[in-house]
Design a protein around this ligand. Structure first.
Ligand code: GRF
Length: 220
């Protein structure tokens, strides 16, 4: 069932190219979402300049300002609730999200990770994959659960490692696919097509039936 304008919150810490891909998809009319709020834990995140340019409201909520992760989590919950966002999109948010926040928005927080999970969790996943010598890597959009980079997988894109790659060229190619699949996944949420069944996520669609991997990804 298609619905109009899913209200979302995007969490960032850095340059914000994934945030930009979501902004671009909205502005191009490919994504029926509205960014109600961007949250950054860093006041100097370049991503915030993108908010300024596009007139998107943002708040800086650094974990350091709070005595405990729980208190920080409460502030995050409060900010997202106030914004009216129904989906939280982590886009390069470099802090572990507090447990109370995850509980408050169960199955409504998504993250993008630059590897084919469950391989290469944690930091510098592209370099980990490069150093390991895998021939295929990619990116994964998944639901956020308390265990880092381990929640149910919604979508993945495969990127080959080429003979002349460096960790940097590989990361840049993976990023292009991140920018393609992340807005597509948010659009699936906007269309109310995402169904979670244990650790499996299904995307319902009249055209392709119910698939864990969806050919629409190739076209978005
Ligand atoms: C991306 O590689 C994403 O997969 C990871 O953090 C990076 C964020 O980049 N979670 P950007 O800030 O969206 O440019």
């Amino acid at each position: 069932m298609k619905r109009d304008k899913l209200p979302i919150a995007v969490f960032v810490s850095g340059r914000g190219t994934n945030l930009q891909s979501i902004i671009d998809a909205i502005e191009a009319g490919r994504l029926d979402a509205e960014i109600r709020l961007v949250v950054s834990n860093r006041s100097k995140a370049p991503a915030l300049q993108r908010c300024e340019r596009h007139g998107i409201p943002y708040e800086v909520i650094p974990s350091k300002k709070f005595e405990t992760p729980e208190k920080w989590g409460e502030a995050l919950i409060e900010a997202v609730k106030r914004s009216g966002a129904e989906l939280v999109v982590l886009a390069g948010f470099m802090k572990v999200v507090p447990a109370n926040f995850i509980e408050a928005f169960k199955n409504r927080i998504v993250n993008i990770h630059p590897s084919l999970l469950p391989a290469f969790k944690g930091l510098e996943a592209q370099r980990q994959a490069f150093d390991y010598g895998v021939k295929l890597t990619g990116c994964t959009v998944h639901l956020v659960t308390p265990e880092l980079d381990s929640g149910p997988i919604i979508a993945q894109a495969v990127v080959p490692v080429l003979p002349n790659d460096t960790p940097e060229t590989l990361a840049a190619r993976i990023l292009e696919h991140e920018h393609r699949i992340y807005p597509q996944v948010v659009q699936w949420f906007a269309e109310g097509r995402v169904r979670v069944d244990g650790n499996k996520v299904w995307v319902d669609g009249a055209r392709y039936g119910t698939l864990p991997f969806n050919p629409e990804l190739e076209k978005f």
